[in-house]
Ligand binder design. Sequence first.
Ligand code: NAP
Length: 340
Amino acid sequence: MIKVAVNGYGTIGKRVADAVACQPDMEIVGVSKTSMNADAYVAKARGYPLYIADLSKRADFEDAGVPVAGSVAEMITKADVVVDATPGGVGLKNRPMYEQHGVRAIYQGGEKHATAGFSFNSSVNYDEARGRQFVRVVSCNTTGLVRIINEVDRAFGVGKVRAVMVRRGGDPGDVKRGPIDAIVLDPVTLPSHHGPDVQSVLPHIEITTAAMIVPTTFMHMHAVQMTLKRPATREQVIELFRAHSRIGLVKGPSGIRSSAELKEYMQDIGRPRSDMWENGVFEESVSVVDGTELWLFQAIHQEADVVVENVDAIRAIASDVPAAESIRMTEEALGFVALG
Ligand SMILES: NC(=O)c1ccc[n+]([C@@H]2O[C@H](COP(=O)([O-])OP(=O)(O)OC[C@H]3O[C@@H](n4cnc5c(N)ncnc54)[C@H](OP(=O)(O)O)[C@@H]3O)[C@@H](O)[C@H]2O)c1
């Protein structure tokens, strides 16, 4: 069994912990937080030993009825792999601690590429992650872009990508984030950071991205355009996506035209926390103009798509399970079913 600690039990960390806990070859040895709140009760209810970054706060937890197993430094001595899901920038500060204990760590997209020195996507570079001490799972938007660009590139060759990201303002629990009534250019200049981030996984892809933030909490929406080096039909592209387990097709007869309806659908099919681990490519939007210009819309559930990548990243650095087998195991344990 691979022993996994989740340092940072928040939006991403709590999902990764649950996904790890249901894998046949992994176990959770602990999760961590800094302050007492509802997530501490969730960790207790799930049976995860809870560690805290600052032991002087132990009484805040224990007075609230949540036992503290020890410090974060103690937690990582019990782990083969630490999934660092602390807020962006904290992971860099944690790196000396991981180095000192010789423990492997997986960072999230809020950290810079340089923090790990290797940016991961299970469909692209699983084998290259093998044996590394540090790996970074790229952000939710980058993961969503990399999945489709890589598939299209392998089949037809991608000449140039242009993508516009309409980003959610905050996660559902982020009551202090906005905007409340604005569309914010993020940033006003081009490119947004997403294009260069895609190149941290797919360095040969020419890509320009722009982004704006809107007042919604569930999912980003991407408008993507790619020029193809070899001609393709719409049907060939759809077939390509259908064959990739992490590219879901949102079918026309579902009547779904929005992130809100997609969330309702995820909820109704019984996904934990309404999570959509796949890209949600709107099948009817997939268009090929003049044989070499591909257009599509896709929804990306920011809280969910990176979760499955984290599970594969754990196997990539701490086991000899091949990529395809890891992807299959991750999805089988979670109970993936095709969208539609
Ligand atoms: N949310 C998303 O949509 C999303 C998507 C993809 C990637 N990411 C990336 O994932 C990472 C985590 O983001 P998140 O949204 O999950 O953040 P989050 O919801 O704010 O959760 C962060 C967690 O880290 C804990 N924490 C903070 N400082 C810590 C420390 N020094 N030691 C141990 N735990 C500490 C926090 O605990 P307390 O609350 O107790 O302080 C909280 O549980 C970031 O790199 C982010 O960019 C986020």
